[in-house]
Design a protein around this ligand. Structure first.
Ligand code: FES
Length: 153
């Protein structure tokens, strides 16, 4: 009489080993997939802006909404907005008495955003402005031809 357990046949042992290998590969793969970094997609801020210009804003003087790369102006012909993103490499230009000046490489623009001194290759774009209920609606994503001013209806 034999008391030892019957040895596992070699073919069965290999079959079990391959099943365990496959199962552990799937388990580790699943754990690894769960640990992958999550996509860090942040919603882009809206390109539309609604504001009220200060009553005391002198004609032709720039009003820069906080956190926005634009300058808004009011004069006798209407309201208009000019992007303050330099057309050279994208620095934010600063309005000044002569127009705009880029702090990065010294480009200068006139009051209408036209290039006075390079290296900026193009004029600053004008942004779409609409007036409604005493508020100024500006869409940073839409440009209009230079000189387009919104008039109160
Ligand atoms: S980014 Fe404005 S001049 Fe270069």
């Amino acid at each position: 009489m034999r008391l030892d357990p019957e040895p596992l046949p070699r073919r069965d042992w290999l079959g079990l080993a391959s099943l365990w290998s496959a199962a552990s590969a799937l388990a580790f793969g699943f754990i690894g997939a769960m640990r992958l970094p999550k996509a860090a997609v942040v919603a882009a801020p809206s390109k539309a802006l609604k504001l009220t210009l200060p009553e005391s804003l002198p004609a032709g003087e720039a009003f820069v909404p906080p956190g926005r790369a634009m300058a808004v102006f009011r004069d006798g012909e209407g309201v208009y907005a000019i992007s303050t993103i330099c057309t050279h490499l994208g620095c934010v230009v600063k309005p000044n008495a002569e127009g705009f000046e880029c702090p990065c490489h010294g480009s200068r623009f006139d009051h209408a955003g036209g290039v006075v001194k390079g290296p900026a290759p193009r004029a600053l774009p004008w942004l779409q402005v609409r007036l409604a209920n005493g508020e100024v609606h500006i869409d940073e994503g839409k440009t209009v031809p230079s000189g387009t001013k919104a008039k109160q209806a």
